[in-house]
Design a protein around this ligand. Sequence first.
Ligand code: TRP
Length: 388
Amino acid sequence: MTALPAPGIPTTEPGSTLGDHVLRQLRRLGATVGLSESDIALYGQVLLDSLAGAARRPLSLPPASPSFLADDHTPVEFSLANTADGTPALRVLVEPGWAHRDMSDSARAGLEALRAMPAHWGVSTTQLDLLHDLFFPTAAKGPMALWYALDLRPGRPPGVKVYMNPSAAGPEQAARTVGESLRRLGYGQSLAELPPGAGYPFLALDLGAWESPRTKVYVKHPRLSADDACALSRASGAPEADIRYFFQTAAGPHLPSGQGPDSTARLVRRPALTCHSFTDGEIAPSGFTLHIPVRDYVREDEDALERATSLLAQFGMDPGVLKRCLHALTRRQLSDGAGLIAYLALVYERNRQPRITAYLSSEAYAVRPPQEQSPQSTLHLRNALSSP
Ligand code: TRP
């Protein structure tokens, strides 16, 4: 990974710092979604404070740590959540402990950032205290310790979310950590509700101003097919046709016609994730999300935007804001890289309109060049694989 942007793609002003870069993006994105200057100023200040000294790090230096938050190791990622009936909402994901390579130090910096948030946001770390030994052991293991995200709401406190690593005590402990966390949080029988997968990359909690705060568990699914995605979503009540359309559109028009139905194709590069949310002490999940890492299945970002645009239009959402957000994020041509849209996600929560979320990379350190390999060869026919 090079710390330099791809040749000929000016991503940042000369002499600028990480803080300058992400603040400029926040201002431009905030204006695009209609946040006021005072909201943007407050959110920007919290973002800078939580990055502490790292915000002043010149972009001419390489990333302070090999953060897993984004491919180029920027400790910040934006996202845009779209619904059919409202203005898209901007969110920002942050790794406050980015400058610490040691995961225990990183966790400490993360907890400090949560405690330093403005009092009127109502963030309490009581639930985290309950889970401290599970997620913040001495000699915690990576690849992350604590991230937080803010759902930026105009004129009112943001929704704060915290993400932790179920493998902090080692990958072999992840299932036990998830089960024990659910039990301590009042979901003692919910572990059995989670689908099989290849690990639990995150456990997340809603903190502060939420009507129904969620406990969320993320599950990793290598080589997912559209049929698998439909099976995983079944309990959520999400219409199967919507899941299938979302999967196939986000994964791309991968198979030349006549070679077989799309439902037999699998995501063989970066795995898809599902997220299962639990609310109000109920055993069964109240929410389901399918995350497709679209960046690994496109040639370049024009492709990714095209897919996102089709999806948004199909679900009755306005694709215009996303397009403006991409231009607010970067001055590079979309066709000059792959990765500005990191994931596309389809979210179902009980009693709410479906959402489509696009995760938007900051690219402070690098732009991944367009992929030479055609996306067609990244998906394989099931019958061409030795096992499903
Ligand atoms: N960069 C990591 C990944 O690609 C983690 C991550 C960042 C992520 N943003 C995300 C995972 C949004 C799912 C959705 O897996």
